[in-house]
Design a protein around this ligand. Sequence first.
Ligand code: CA
Length: 238
Amino acid sequence: MPQHILIVEDEPSIAELISINLTHSGFVVSRALQSDEALQMMKLNTPDLIILDWMLPGKSGVQFAKELRTNPAMQALPILMLTAKGEEADKILGLDAGADDYVTKPFSPKELVARVKALLRRHAPISAEEKPLSIGPIELDPAAHRIAVMMSNGSTKTLALGPTEFRLLHFLMSNPERVHSRAHLLDHVWGNESYIEERTVDVHIKRLRAALAPYHCDQYVETVRGSGYRITKNPVDA
Ligand code: CA
């Protein structure tokens, strides 16, 4: 079945350019001019990926990305942010809001399609044969795409994680107690896509910790100064 991409962009010429190129590459494309319209469409037919323009009439793309990340039905949806803002600070802001990747206008349609494909590959379901993993109170079930935390009273809480954070946590939990450099994490979690910078890893680690913090589990993800990150069952700050 062809994968379905939703484009949320208020400039018809840009939406058309993206649409033509994605359709040509075998995707099914739908289009919305702003976030409210997009949300209505998504409720009827959840896309496999959303291309979201930063500057939209009404709600901004950044605000909409934040809302999608807190919506249980939409939080796992890959988001590619599209913007005229090229500053590093804006890029970090976009990723912080919940985007998984970021393309600056003007862009080459060929590169955009390549990034869409890379993002979809990165979020392909993990093999159903993979066994559940645990570290301390954190339990990750790859087949069910589910993360739960055992609470001190014996109950479990299901955690809301975006797709990149899920993959990052899955990789760390599959290779615990070892320090992974940013380059190593990019290689294994992002699939060695050369355009992604090492700082992106820091942004997603920050998002992962923010999701774990309400359950007092953020300390299991440790920063090893000058080296990278690791997950450990014996955190220093526990
Ligand atoms: Ca716009």
